[in-house]
Design a protein around this ligand. Structure first.
Ligand SMILES: *[C@@H]1O[C@H](CO)[C@@H](O)[C@H](O)[C@H]1NC(C)=O
Ligand SMILES: *[C@@H]1O[C@H](CO)[C@@H](O)[C@H](O)[C@H]1NC(C)=O
Ligand SMILES: *[C@@H]1O[C@H](CO)[C@@H](O)[C@H](O)[C@H]1NC(C)=O
Ligand SMILES: *[C@@H]1O[C@H](CO)[C@@H](O)[C@H](O)[C@H]1NC(C)=O
Length: 262
């Protein structure tokens, strides 16, 4: 089934759009909601989207674990409704795409392409997003990942490419705030230039093949409107309190050591 999803994703590639990982040593791990990825999952990054039919991965922390920065209400809505819709649509659309390809129905293939791009990437982006976040140890016993470490592999690269973490945050906040409509702001590893960079994508597009996502922040209104109304910059400032720097470092370290997770 992987190869079908990969070819479907390839069809959905218009220019620099959907990067669907096909060759990485990806790890799919079973887990329980409320678990602890730092302790349980060792050194590799967490990947929750490498199979069809797609499944809604449960959060590894409680719905309220990101409070006061992201509320339980928005986490329930974002995960249980929005992400769930992307998962269900991924399954319906890829099933239909498979049939359209088998039947040689090219008009149908074209019709399905944009919805597939939106929903498959929507599923992947959100599956990553839940692990880009984690409870902050400052406010949650057992919280993990929320502390930036300048001496980590990622931390050293951030200093090299941006000068400081504060400068990187400022760039991501400004670029994220400026995304017109809905989209994402990303810290990516640019394989060609061998440097970290910040990019934005519209809707549910995700970083293309040469760009490895390290931190993706959802700036759709559905990610913040219950908590911050129209104040996207306030959301972007607050989210640094719950960024899972351990997971970000694992993603970058895997890439840097030649075992890309992407
Ligand atoms: C997705 O499908 C599952 C299984 O049928 C269902 O329980 C869930 O409510 C659906 N999600 C949405 C958002 O409709
Ligand atoms: C998939 O195909 C079925 C049968 O033609 C159709 O009823 C359904 O709406 C399609 N779903 C999507 C998401 O395209
Ligand atoms: C800890 O909780 C307090 C009170 O809810 C909040 O103001 C503060 O921003 C939180 N600190 C962190 C690092 O999450
Ligand atoms: C998560 O793992 C860390 C490190 O082993 C541990 O200190 C912490 O208590 C665990 N948290 C939970 C919620 O189990």
């Amino acid at each position: 089934m992987r190869s079908v999803l990969a070819s479907v994703a390839a069809l959905a590639l218009s220019s620099s759009v959907l990067a669907f990982p096909t060759s990485s040593p990806l790890l799919k791990r079973e887990h329980e909601s409320g678990g602890n990825d730092t302790a349980e999952y060792g050194d590799g990054p967490i990947v929750d989207f490498q199979s069809l039919p797609a499944e809604l991965p449960p959060l590894r922390y409680e719905y309220n674990a990101l409070e006061p920065h992201i509320s339980e209400a928005i986490m329930r809505f974002h995960h249980d409704f929005h992400h769930s819709s992307f998962v269900n649509n991924t399954n319906a659309l890829t099933t239909n795409m498979t049939r359209a390809i088998e039947e040689g129905d090219l008009a149908q293939v074209v019709r399905l392409t944009n919805p597939i791009q939106l929903n498959v990437a929507g599923h992947i982006n959100h599956a990553m997003f839940w692990h880009t976040l984690s409870p902050n140890p400052a406010n949650h016993s057992g919280g993990y990942g929320g502390v930036y470490d300048e001496s980590s592999t990622l931390g050293q690269q951030i200093t090299e490419n941006f000068g400081s973490i504060e400068r990187l945050k400022g760039i991501m906040e400004a670029m994220g705030a400026a995304v017109p409509g809905s989209g994402w702001v990303w810290l990516i590893w640019d394989r060609q230039n061998q440097a970290l960079d910040v990019i934005t994508t519209a809707n549910q597009l995700n970083p293309a093949a040469t760009e490895v996502p390290i931190i993706g922040i959802d700036v759709w209104e559905h990610a913040y409107y219950l908590d911050y109304y129209n104040r996207r910059p306030a959301y972007l400032r607050a989210i640094w309190n719950v960024i899972n720097w351990n997971e970000a470092n694992k993603r970058f370290t895997a890439e840097a050591s030649g075992n890309s997770w992407w």
